[in-house]
Ligand binder design. Structure first.
Ligand code: UD1
Ligand code: PEP
Length: 420
């Protein structure tokens, strides 16, 4: 298993380009199943999760071509099998996103039930109830979700008891080909849901209320191909901004959308960062100062994202003062705390919150990554720790950070990957 070795203490400064968003690219790849025509996608990040989703499409019979201009052309008109097998679903929960498109387009979907994972139990009951609300029958057989509908799905009103990002995306993708009107209430408003909805509109879908908590969809009989550029990854961007903030550095990010990052940018300003933005770039400058501790509470967009809390725990770990990170989305997203404590962080978990008192300097240690953002937090900690930190099990990081060591090297970090 590959490892990352990081020698801490170098100032993190410079400029990098942010990649396309994993969490937008995954549902958009699934959405290509809604049409028999080719869809061209641009700005797809080179990540293990994207490869897994493409493998999943290919194993169902979909054709995938890389164009000369690096657009990826996906032709689902060749689909032969509506099954998402356990061997692929087990490595990536987002495989559940093929459920809505398969059911809406082919009247049939067999999707292995994703298991629990390192951040909580993560049920998919709301996805399934959404499909039932649209007229599907859903059964569990041998660990597979088997969803069926005779003819077309039927438009309906569906209220999400809990705001769910992939749940909203799945029901939205099912609704665009349903007969009649669907109203999705308490919908997720994350920028990645908006990017998916915009791609669906480019494919001929009729959706109102994009970016609000109520989407109204008039189902159409057929969708067509389109050319879509995936939005920038606000979580990758936030992670590199924290790298600048904890090291007193100056970091400029290109190809970002600052409007989708307001909660994170506000907290960085509260921590003492000077932030400048224009339409597609963000510059953070600490002017050599130490960050001040901040309190954050995760909640659905537009509030502070759960995918950024581990990184802000590291910010607090080396900041001046004491800050609290409260997690309200997932029940078990503090797996990195024990590892950070081994590097000298002063953290106390109390229920769904962690109280962190900043120390002057963390100390390098061998640490183990347990999930994607936990891994990112350990790399951040390594950047400011005294000595050489070894982060093991970085396959988690490769699910979500494109060329992380190259990008950090570009910002001045001393980091290398060792094959193991
Ligand atoms: C691929 C992708 O986009 N992943 C993101 C997505 O995950 P994902 O879409 O899986 O997360 P959800 O928004 O669905 O989860 C929110 C909460 O709802 C609960 N829930 C969800 C569905 C359901 O059927 N029943 C249920 O109880 C979950 O356990 C969790 O407590 O949103 C999360 C919350 O912003 C992010 O951390 C993930 O990075
Ligand atoms: C939890 C995440 O992803 P996923 O939902 O794909 O596990 C994440 O991106 O932080």
């Amino acid at each position: 298993m590959d490892k990352l070795l990081i020698t801490g203490g170098e100032p993190i400064s410079g400029s990098i380009r942010i990649s396309g968003a994993k969490n937008a690219a995954l549902p958009i790849l699934a959405a290509t199943l809604l049409t028999d025509e080719p869809v061209t996608l641009r700005n797809l990040p080179h990540l293990n999760d994207i490869t897994t989703m493409i493998e999943l499409l290919v194993c169902m019979g979909v054709e995938v071509l890389i164009n000369e201009d690096m657009g990826v052309q996906i032709n689902a008109g060749t689909l032969k099998d509506c099954t998402a097998p356990y061997s692929l679903v087990k490595t990536m929960r987002a495989s559940i996103l093929v459920l809505g498109p398969l059911l809406a387009h082919y009247g049939e979907a067999n999707v292995s039930l994703p298991g629990g994972c390192a951040i909580g139990s993560r049920p998919v009951d709301l996805h399934l109830r959404g499909m039932e609300a649209l007229g599907a029958t859903v059964a569990m057989e041998d660990g597979y979700i088997k969803a069926r509908v005779d003819g077309r799905l039927q438009g309906a009103k569906y209220f999400f008891d809990t705001v769910s990002v992939t749940g909203t995306e799945n029901v939205l993708m099912a609704a665009v080909l349903a007969e009649g009107e669907t109203v999705i209430e308490n919908a997720a408003r994350e920028p990645e849901v908006v990017d998916l909805a915009n791609c669906l509109v480019a494919m001929g879908a009729q959706i109102e209320g994009i970016g609000t908590d109520t989407m109204v969809i008039q189902g159409v009989e057929k969708l067509h191909g389109c050319d879509h550029t995936v939005c920038p990854d606000r979580i990758e961007a936030g992670t590199y901004l924290v790298a600048g903030a904890i090291s007193g550095g100056r970091v400029k990010l290109k190809n970002v959308d600052p409007k989708t990052m307001e909660a994170v940018l506000r907290k960085l300003q509260e921590a003492g960062a000077l932030i400048e933005t224009d339409d597609n770039s963000i510059t953070l400058d600490m002017e050599g100062r130490r960050a001040k501790a901040v309190n954050v509470t995760t909640a659905p967009y537009p509030a502070f994202p759960t995918d950024m809390q581990a990184q802000f725990t590291v910010l607090n770990a080396v900041a001046e003062g004491t800050g609290t990170v409260e997690e309200t989305i997932f029940e078990n997203r503090f797996m990195h705390i024990q590892e950070l404590s081994r590097m000298g962080a002063d953290c106390t978990i109390k229920g769904n919150a962690v109280i962190i008192s900043g120390v002057e300097r963390l100390k390098a240690a061998p640490v183990m990554a347990t999930d994607l953002r936990a891994s990112a937090s350990l790399v951040l900690a390594g950047l400011v720790a005294e000595g050489e930190t070894m982060v093991d099990r970085i396959y988690h990081i490769d699910r979500g950070y494109e060329c992380i060591e190259e990008k950090l090297q570009q910002l001045g970090a001393v980091i290398r990957r060792v094959a193991g």
